[in-house]
Design a protein around this ligand. Structure first.
Ligand code: HEC
Ligand code: HEC
Length: 266
C-alpha cells in the first residue's frame, strides 16, 4: 500500500497508466479484430475478382459499371440472385442477341459466379442468393407438398404446364421445362422473374410457399410415368389438345351411341 500511494504521487504515474490502458485496449482489439478484417479483405478481394471477370465478359453488353448499353439492360439493383440464376443456368454471358436466351452449358465455376454476384450486389442492394433453408423442400410434410401442387397449378402451370414440363407462349417464346432445374435456381427465377416470367415478391409468395412448390416439382419429376402416354408433357397446348381429343371424342361416341339406341327404341 505504501508503494502504491507513493507511486500515485510520482510524476510519471499518470502517463504510465495511460500507456498501460492503451496497451490493454490495443491487445484486446488485436485479439478480436484479425478475424473480422480478414473476412473483410476476403470480401473486397471477391468483389475485385468479380469486377475483373465482369469487365472482361459482361461489360460489352452491360457496360463497364453495369449501367447497361443498347446491347443489354442495367444490372444495378438486380442482386446476386439474378446473377446466380443467369450465369448458373448458362444463360449469361449471352453469345448474341436472340429472341430468348436458352439455358446452356455453364462454363464458369460457382466461385466465379459468386464473385460476379458479389460485385453486382456491391453496386446496389437486390435479392441475395438464397440460403438452403429458404428453398430446400427437406422436411416438408405430404400435406405441404400437396399445397405446393395447388400453388404451382394456380401460379405457374399456365405457362410451364401442369407438371412443369414447359409450354409454348405467344410470340414464339416458351416457358422452359423445370424438370432439370436446380432447387436454388427455381427460387431465384421466382424472385427475379427472368424475361416474360412475372416476379413473385416475398409478400405475394413467401419462402415457405416456394419451398412447397419445389417439393411438389421434385416429387412430380421423381415419379415414373405410368403407362406409355405422357401427353408429351409439352405444356398447356398439348395437354389441351389431348383433353379435346379424349374428352370431346368420348362425348361424340356416347352421343352417337345414345342416338342409335334411341332410334332402335323407337
Ligand atoms: C451479348 C450481350 C450480353 C453479354 C455478353 C452478357 N449479357 Fe447479360 N443480358 C443481356 C441481355 C440482352 C439481357 C436481357 C434479356 C434477358 O433477360 O435474357 C441480359 C440480362 C442479364 C441479367 C438479368 C437482369 C435482370 O433484370 O434480372 C443478368 C443478371 C445478366 N444479364 C448478367 C450477365 C453477366 C453476369 C454477364 C457476364 C458473365 C452477362 N450478363 C453477359 C446481354 C448480355
Ligand atoms: C407468364 C408466364 C410464366 C409464369 C406464370 C411463370 N413462368 Fe417461369 N418462366 C417463364 C419464362 C418465359 C421463362 C424463361 C425465361 C428465360 O429464359 O429467361 C421462365 C423460366 C423459369 C425457370 C427457369 C428454368 C430453367 O430454364 O432452368 C424457372 C425455375 C421457373 N420459370 C419457375 C416458375 C415458377 C415456380 C412459377 C410459378 C411460381 C413460374 N415460373 C411462373 C414464364 C412463366
Amino acid at each position: 500500500m505504501k508503494f502504491l500511494t507513493s507511486f500515485r504521487r510520482h510524476s510519471i504515474a499518470r502517463p504510465a497508466l495511460l500507456i498501460l490502458a492503451l496497451v490493454v485496449i490495443g491487445l484486446g482489439y488485436a485479439g478480436v479484430n484479425p478475424q473480422r478484417s480478414s473476412a473483410e479483405t476476403e470480401m473486397t478481394q471477391q468483389i475485385e475478382e468479380g469486377k475483373a471477370l465482369f469487365d472482361l465478359t459482361c461489360s460489352s453488353c452491360h457496360g463497364l459499371g453495369a449501367e447497361g448499353t443498347s446491347q443489354g439492360p442495367s444490372l444495378i439493383g438486380v442482386g446476386a440472385a439474378s446473377v446466380d440464376f443467369q450465369m448458373g443456368t448458362g444463360r449469361m454471358p449471352a453469345a448474341r442477341q436472340e429472341a430468348q436466351l436458352p439455358a446452356r452449358k455453364v462454363n464458369y465455376t460457382q466461385e466465379q459466379i459468386d464473385s460476379v454476384g458479389a460485385y453486382i450486389a456491391s453496386l446496389a442492394p437486390g435479392p441475395a442468393v438464397p440460403k438452403k433453408e429458404q428453398y430446400s423442400p427437406e422436411g416438408l410434410t405430404e400435406e405441404e407438398i400437396a399445397r405446393g401442387g395447388a400453388l404451382f397449378r394456380a401460379n405457374c402451370s399456365a405457362c410451364h404446364g401442369i407438371v412443369g414440363g414447359g409450354g409454348a407462349m405467344p410470340n414464339g417464346e416458351y416457358a422452359p421445362s423445370l424438370v432439370n432445374t436446380d432447387e436454388a435456381h427455381i427460387w431465384e427465377a421466382v424472385r427475379t422473374g427472368p424475361q416474360q416470367m412475372p416476379t413473385f415478391s416475398q409478400k405475394v409468395m413467401p419462402d415457405q410457399s416456394v419451398r412447397e412448390i419445389i417439393g411438389y416439382l421434385d416429387e412430380a419429376h421423381e415419379q415414373p410415368n405410368y403407362g406409355g402416354l405422357t401427353m408429351g408433357e409439352a405444356g398447356p397446348v398439348s395437354e389441351g389438345f389431348w383433353i379435346f381429343i379424349v374428352g370431346i371424342g368420348g362425348l361424340a361416341i356416347v352421343a352417337t351411341w345414345i342416338a342409335k339406341k334411341g332410334a332402335r327404341a323407337r
